[in-house]
Unconditional design. Structure first.
Length: 232
């Protein structure tokens, strides 16, 4: 990374931040435009695939019951075979849901008139400062609830490792990872704020077309798509 800066903190150092979500107070002349966190339910569904996992475990439990019934011919035996798998499935889904909740609770996204700041991490807190001038394109992926994802494509040679970002990264973009504001409430309004700030910072009008780098290949984004901005 060059223009994109990273700060690393201990597990609870964000509790003593001079300003929420920021490694230091905003300097004079920089304005806070928006700040928020992921919606944990949307994050659990889209980043941690909780709904898909629930379906998977339900199918496994039904198959287990079906195999027992096929072997014994007893409905009672089939029902008695399900509590153990159901308990394990509930535990696994509970842990995934807890991870999503902790991830959302520990994450703060900030947009100013000069940069995007991502404070992320459950145990090890990382803060990424992304100047607006170093953003090439940004996309908006909305779902029916109004929450959405805003992936940010960085200008070369800026680069953030995928593992440092996950789950706040655009899925499957491993060679050129894209930081992503995940499951943001009122995402369309946030995208508009980001677009205006980017235009003012760069002096380039946001494009109305979807940039090639901002297109999504993730079938989980079931809602309609539109560009937040496109840079040069």
């Amino acid at each position: 990374m060059k223009a994109v800066h990273r700060h690393t903190h201990g597990a609870h150092e964000h509790e003593f931040e001079p300003q929420r979500g920021l490694p230091e107070a905003l300097p004079a002349g920089e304005r806070l435009l928006w700040q928020g966190s992921p919606d944990w339910r949307a994050l659990a569904r889209r980043a941690f695939h909780l709904r898909k996992l629930s379906i998977y475990f339900a199918v496994m439990v039904l198959l287990r019951a079906g195999f027992v019934y096929s072997d014994t011919g007893s409905l009672l035996a089939a029902l008695r075979a399900t509590p153990g798998p159901l308990a394990l499935a509930a535990l696994a889904l509970g842990l995934v849901g807890l991870l999503a909740w902790l991830s959302a609770r520990s994450s703060v996204y900030t947009i100013t008139d000069k940069r995007v700041v991502m404070r992320i991490g459950i145990v090890l807190t990382l803060t990424f400062n992304i100047p607006l001038r170093r953003i090439a394109t940004a996309g908006l992926h909305l779902d029916a609830s109004g929450t959405g994802d805003l992936p940010l494509a960085l200008l070369p040679p800026d680069h953030i490792a995928y593992l440092h970002l996950w789950p706040h990264a655009r899925p499957w973009h491993l060679a050129r990872p894209q930081p992503m504001l995940r499951s943001v409430p009122e995402a369309a309004r946030v995208a508009q704020l980001l677009s205006q700030a980017w235009t003012e910072a760069t002096g380039v009008s946001a494009s109305a077309r979807t940039a090639e780098g901002a297109r999504t290949d993730d079938s989980a984004h079931a809602g309609h798509r539109q560009p937040a901005l496109a840079g040069h």
